[in-house]
Design a protein around this ligand. Sequence first.
Ligand SMILES: [Zn+2]
Length: 322
Amino acid sequence: MLYWDQQEGLVMTAYTEPRFNNDDAARAYLEQTLWPDGTVCPHCGVVAHSYPTKRAGVYRCAEAACRKDFTVTMRTVMERSKIALHKWVLGFALYTASKKGFSAHQLHRTLGVTYRSAWFMAHRIRESMRDGGLEPIGGHGKIVEADETYFGKQENPVPSKQRQGRPYIHKGGGPAGKRAVISLVERGGRVRSFHPGVADASTVANIVRENIHHETRLHTNESKLYTRVGAEFAKHETINHSAKEYARGDVTTNSVEGYFSIFKRGMKGVYQHCKEKHLHRYLAEYDFRYNHRIVLGYNDGDRATLAVKNAAGKRLTYRGTH
Ligand SMILES: [Zn+2]
């Protein structure tokens, strides 16, 4: 398959497996992935207690009190979609494999679905890449780097209460009226990113406090945003960027800055027109790929399968069928 990438030009992909090209094979893949122990009736929850109906992919619950019909995509982000299942499976593979992201426009041309369908698919796949309700990162003997960056224009700037309406000016040159992104990266591990309306000290402190284990060594730059909350951790060590210091022993924020650079390059190259209300979804997408990157032991196939598993129970209630 060929598709056009704005940065790389004509790209040939090797998605030749039947599940990317054939609807029955795609359904079999989704059933194996979402039902490893047999069918699960989404109405009553019974496992491996159903029989197939005459319609392909439709099962009837064998529980006497239920007897309802269901499919593998019910109660997933794919529910009620009219897009062929092999296109969904390919969509999951493309979004989880491409390091910089994949625009709805590329998806529209690659899959041969309407732009509108591609846009809905892209957001649903992104939703599947979102982690929810997570334990704090870091822990005893571990290092977490925290940093903030500014990206794109804010659509509705929120004045900080603490600053009495004066915008927060980032020391390193972070401009006011830009969208703030806060990321926490465990050294050699996972990332967790946020887009708060305003990056003032109390907002940043809450994010840091709620998402990092208190026995962690916290590494940040010299920003005052972290001073007070930093005292709640095993150790808070800072690097003085304004004095051109980038590492002192193992104290550095290079991991989180590396993450920001992947995110910004991708956003600039692929998602130029991201609405602010969707920014958290794009962050979830970049976080997901970073958290399942090759050095952590994941390959493209694992990543796609994980996102598909995550598609269950995450029905997005966008209006209409696509
Ligand atoms: Zn049932």
